[in-house]
Design a protein. Structure first.
Length: 162
C-alpha cells in the first residue's frame, strides 16, 4: 500500500480535543489552518492563497504529548499520512475534508521558542501512596513533590513493547 506522506506548516485553529478509543488508547484531534503564499511579479509582492483546513489525528504517546503541548493559534509543523474523509451533510450535500494521520508534530520555531520536556519513566518516580500522593520512599530530599498520571505507566509499557 502506498501512502501520501507530507509535511504541513500552519496554525492550530483550536485547542486539541481528546477521544478515547475502545482499546483504551488515546487519540488527539487538532484542526490546522494552512495558507500558502506566492510571489506575484505584477504586484511585486507576496499574495496569500486560499486557506486550507486540515484535521490532524495523533495516537498514543504522540496524542498525550500533543494534548499537553499545543494550544490554539500556535504555529505547527506536522508530518504524516495525508488522506480525505467524505460524509453527507444535513442538507444532503456530500462533503469532503482533508485529514492527516500524524507521525510527528512540533512547534514552528520560525515564530517563537519552545522548551522540550521528556515525561518521567516509571523507574524515575518514587514510591507513593496512590490515595494521598504521599511519598513512601524517603531517599528523596523530602521537599520534592512529583505529580503522577496514568500516562507515565502507559508510556513505559509502550516503550517496553517496542
Amino acid at each position: 500500500m502506498r501512502d501520501i506522506h507530507t509535511t504541513l506548516m500552519g496554525n492550530a485553529t483550536a485547542d486539541p480535543s481528546e477521544r478515547l478509543q475502545s482499546d483504551g488508547s488515546v487519540t488527539a484531534i487538532v484542526r490546522m489552518a494552512v495558507t500558502g503564499r506566492y510571489y506575484d511579479s505584477a504586484k511585486s509582492d507576496f499574495i496569500d492563497r486560499k486557506t486550507e483546513f486540515i484535521t490532524v489525528f495523533a495516537r498514543r504517546a504522540l496524542a498525550r504529548n500533543l494534548l499537553k503541548s499545543i494550544s490554539k493559534g500556535q504555529p505547527l509543523v506536522v508530518t504524516g499520512r495525508l488522506g480525505s474523509s467524505e460524509w453527507t451533510a444535513e442538507d444532503g450535500a456530500v462533503r469532503y475534508s482533508l485529514t492527516l494521520q500524524a507521525e510527528a508534530i512540533g512547534h514552528d520555531l520560525t515564530f517563537g521558542t519552545t522548551t522540550f520536556t521528556r515525561p518521567l519513566k516509571t523507574s524515575e518516580i518514587p514510591d507513593h501512596d496512590p490515595r494521598t500522593g504521599e511519598m513512601l520512599d524517603s531517599t528523596a530530599s523530602g521537599d520534592v513533590e512529583v505529580a503522577l498520571t496514568d500516562d507515565v505507566a502507559e508510556d513505559d509499557a509502550l516503550a517496553t513493547a517496542s
